[in-house]
Design a protein around this ligand. Structure first.
Ligand code: MG
Length: 259
């Protein structure tokens, strides 16, 4: 099932997306399905093309992201992949939705895209073993872990390099029924394929990541885990458009701007 968050001009609402590409409709829900389940609002279904999709989830407390979780990406960054999942945070204020602009931050001249599979947490998750991790997952969406490479080099900590406003596009919706073990993940820059990988190449699988993360801190419903990016990262300039497509979910497109 595909759960979207959207607006038709009024307050944001959640809905279930159904139908074939090009003719999808959204059936509105009464509230956030993460908290109250799937309760129809009673409102009429609306055409997907008539709504503006928003980020399908605003992480309640945090986005936990995994660095260098694909060997070919670790290699292109000039290092070995770490033996254990290497974690960092992105703040929930970094989240934007499909087709929202990503604003290149003043003071950085090296902004990169990183297409990633994102995991949305369903339950309060603490001390969960890998084999039980599926019970803690609400679904999957697509992320772009936008990164200021120059700040990543100069700052030591990655808070600014990976946490600036608009640095975490999420969308287009949450797919709740998906086997994430071998999904094609393709990132294009103005239509040119830059990343062409598969989630099968993750070094640390989703279960292992949840075990490792939840050993350190409690994950809350609506928190999001970014699972790392395959090889092919590169710089993006103002005016360019990045699309991340993951098989079984859909695609997430954002245009980069400078203000
Ligand atoms: Mg990343």
């Amino acid at each position: 099932m595909r759960i979207a968050r959207f607006t038709t001009g009024d307050d944001p609402a959640y809905g279930i997306v159904q139908g074939d590409p090009g003719t999808e409709v959204i059936t509105p829900l009464a509230g956030d399905p993460l908290y109250i389940g799937l309760q129809p609002s009673g409102g009429d279904p609306v055409l997907l093309e008539d709504v503006r999709l928003l980020a399908p989830v605003i992480p309640r407390s945090k986005i936990v992201a995994i660095g260098k979780n694909y060997a070919d990406h670790a290699k292109e960054m000039g290092g070995e992949a770490p033996a254990e999942p290497m974690m960092f945070f992105k703040p929930n204020t970094s989240v934007v939705g499909p087709f929202d602009p990503v604003v290149l931050p003043a003071g950085s001249s090296e902004i990169s895209y990183e297409g990633e599979l994102a995991v949305v947490i369903k339950t309060i998750t603490k001390g969960v073993k890998a084999e039980n991790a599926a019970e803690c997952i609400y679904g999957y969406t697509i992320a772009n872990d936008v990164t200021a490479r120059d700040w990543q080099r100069t700052d030591g900590q990655w808070a600014r390099a990976k946490g600036f406003d608009t640095s975490c596009p999420l969308g287009p919706w949450i797919e709740t029924e998906l086997d994430p073990s071998d999904l094609a993940i393709v990132t294009t820059l103005d239509g040119d394929v830059k990343q062409d990988g598969t989630t099968a190449d993750m070094i640390h699988g989703i279960g292992a990541i949840i075990e490792h993360a939840s050993a350190a801190f409690t994950l809350l419903p609506g928190d999001v885990i970014l699972t790392g990016t395959p090889a092919g990262v590169g710089l993006v300039e103002a005016g360019q458009q990045v699309t991340v497509e993951i098989a079984g979910i859909g695609s997430l497109t954002n245009t980069f701007v400078r203000r």
